[in-house]
Design a protein around this ligand. Structure first.
Ligand code: UD1
Length: 417
C-alpha cells in the first residue's frame, strides 16, 4: 500500500490548477444514463471515485472512455438496471445512479449503502422522494428494489433537510418523468446548478437550481451534450489551507471565486490576503495565522462541511484558540486523533472541536480515516517539523487528482512511496 511522505516546513510558491469538482462529475456521470447519443464531459478529474462511476456505467452497458480529463459516455445500449454490491461499496455516491437508472429503465436495484466513515448516511430522503414520484420500493437480503411499471410521474416534494444527494436524485428521476416535479427546500450547492446545466443542455427543463425551490418539467427523452465540469471548491480550499499553514503565497487557476465566499472569509479572518482576478485566486498568508471566530458548517452558501477538516488543520498552528461546529455529519472528527499525533491540541466534544493553536507541529506516522480528514493530515504535515508518513492514502485518492505532484510543483517536499 502506498504512503505519502512529507518533509514539512517548506514554503509554497507558484501556481496550481484546480481540477474539476468531484461532487459535480459523479452526478453528471449518473445523468448520462438518461441520455441518447454520446455525452462528452470535459474537466473530469482522474479520481478513484470517478473510476468507480465509470465501472458502474460499463456494468450497466454504457460505452465509456476517459482520456486527458475528458469522459465520453454512450448509454444507447443500457441493458442492466442493477448495481452490484461490489460496485456500490466502492463509493457511497453510487446511490446517485438510482434516480437516473429508474428514469431510464423503470426499475433499479441497489444494495443498501449502510454506515460510513462520517457516521450514519441514511438514504431515507432519496427513497421517500422516489416513492412520491411513483416508485414502489421493496427491500430484501440487503437489496433495495425500485419499480415504476407505469413510469415515474411528477410530484410536490418537501425535503425535511436540504440533502445534496437527494436533490440530485430527484432531479435525475424527474427529468424524464411525466408532468411537473417541484422540490421544496432543495439543496443549493453549485454542483446542483452544474447538474441542471448539463441536463438542460440535453433537453431537460430544470428551473430554479441554486435556489431552494427547483421545478422540473419532465421531458420525453434526453439527447446528449458537451459539458465542462465546474472547478472543485473543496480542492481549492485544500490548496489554500496548504498555503495558509506554511505562510506562503500561491495562485489557484481554474477556480470559481463565487463558490468560495464562505471559505475565503475564514481565511481572511485568519490573516490571509486573498485577491481574485481573471487569472485566478491568489492567497498570501502571514508568517503565522491568527485564531478565527466560531466556524459553523452549514448547507450552501454556508461554510461547507467538507472544508472543515482543512481549516481545522490550518488553525491547529494559529495563534489562539478557535472553534469549529460540525452541523452536517455526526462523526466527522475521526481524523482529529491523527492530527493530535502531529502535536495539535484539539478537544472534541460532540459536534464541537476546540483547537488551541500550537507554535510547532512535529512529524509522526499517521493514517487517513476519510477523504477530507486525510487531506487535513497532508496540510498539517506540510507545516510539521520532520518527516511525516501518511498511510491509507486511498481515501485521499477518492477526491484529489495528483495531489502529490501538484504540491511538489508548488515547492513542497512530498512524495508517494
Ligand atoms: C454530498 C457531498 C459530500 C458533502 C455533503 C454535504 C457528493 C458526492 N457528496 O454528500 O461531499 O459532504 O453533500 O455537503 O456530492 N441525510 C439523511 N437522509 C438522506 C440523505 C441525507 O438523513 O436520505 C443526512 C446525512 O446523513 C447527512 C446530511 O443529511 O447528515 C447531509 O447529507 P447530504 O447533503 O445528502 O450529503 P451527500 O449528498 O451524501
Amino acid at each position: 500500500m502506498s504512503k505519502i511522505v512529507i518533509n514539512g516546513g517548506k514554503r509554497l510558491f507558484g501556481e496550481v490548477k484546480i481540477h474539476g469538482a468531484k461532487n459535480s462529475v459523479l452526478p453528471l456521470l449518473a445523468a448520462t444514463v438518461l441520455c441518447r447519443g454520446t455525452s462528452i464531459i470535459h474537466n473530469c478529474p482522474e479520481l478513484s471515485d470517478v473510476n468507480a462511476s465509470i465501472n458502474i456505467l460499463r456494468h450497466l452497458g454504457c460505452e465509456c472512455t476517459l482520456k486527458n480529463n475528458t469522459i465520453t459516455v454512450n448509454s444507447n445500449a443500457i441493458q442492466c438496471s442493477q448495481i452490484p454490491d461490489s460496485l456500490m461499496l466502492k463509493m457511497r455516491s453510487s446511490v446517485i445512479f438510482l434516480g437516473a437508472i429508474l428514469g431510464r429503465c423503470g426499475n433499479a436495484v441497489i444494495s443498501s449503502p449502510g454506515g460510513c466513515e462520517l457516521g450514519p448516511r441514511p438514504i431515507d430522503l432519496h427513497i421517500s422522494a422516489l416513492m412520491r414520484l411513483g416508485a414502489q420500493v421493496s427491500e430484501c437480503h440487503g437489496l433495495i428494489k425500485f419499480n415504476a411499471p407505469q413510469g415515474l410521474h411528477g410530484a410536490q416534494i418537501h425535503l425535511s433537510f436540504a440533502s445534496v444527494g437527494a436533490t440530485e436524485n430527484i432531479i435525475l428521476a424527474a427529468a424524464t418523468a411525466r408532468g411537473v416535479t417541484v422540490i421544496h427546500n432543495a439543496a443549493k450547492e453549485p454542483e446542483i446548478c452544474d447538474l441542471a446545466a448539463f441536463l438542460n443542455a440535453c433537453g431537460a427543463c430544470v428551473y430554479g437550481a441554486g435556489t431552494d425551490t427547483v421545478t422540473i418539467y419532465g421531458a420525453d427523452g434526453l439527447k446528449c451534450c458537451t459539458h465542462t465540469v465546474i472547478p472543485d471548491r473543496i480542492a481549492a480550499a485544500s490548496y489554500m489551507a496548504a498555503a495558509a499553514i506554511t505562510g506562503s503565497e500561491i495562485t489557484l487557476k481554474n477556480v470559481a471565486p463565487a463558490h468560495l465566499t464562505a471559505i475565503n472569509s475564514v481565511f481572511e479572518e485568519a490573516g490571509c490576503k486573498i485577491k481574485c482576478n481573471g487569472k485566478g485566486l491568489t492567497i498570501k498568508a502571514p508568517q503565522r495565522l491568527s485564531r478565527v471566530s466560531t466556524v459553523r458548517t452549514a448547507i450552501y452558501p454556508g461554510f461547507p462541511t467538507d472544508a472543515g477538516p482543512l481549516v481545522l488543520a490550518m488553525l491547529s498552528k494559529a495563534y489562539g484558540t478557535s472553534v469549529i461546529v460540525e452541523n452536517i455529519f455526526e462523526n466527522r472528527f475521526r481524523y482529529v486523533d491523527e492530527l493530535k499525533r502531529l502535536g495539535a491540541h484539539i478537544k472534541v466534544e460532540g459536534k464541537v472541536a476546540i483547537i488551541e493553536g500550537v507554535s510547532t507541529l512535529s512529524a509522526a506516522p499517521c493514517k487517513c480515516t476519510d477523504l477530507r480528514g486525510g487531506a487535513a493530515l497532508v496540510v498539517a504535515a506540510l507545516a510539521a517539523e520532520g518527516t511525516t508518513i501518511i498511510s491509507d492514502i486511498h481515501h485521499i485518492k477518492r477526491g484529489y487528482e495528483s495531489i502529490v505532484s501538484r504540491l511538489s510543483l508548488l515547492g513542497a517536499d512530498i512524495k508517494e512511496v
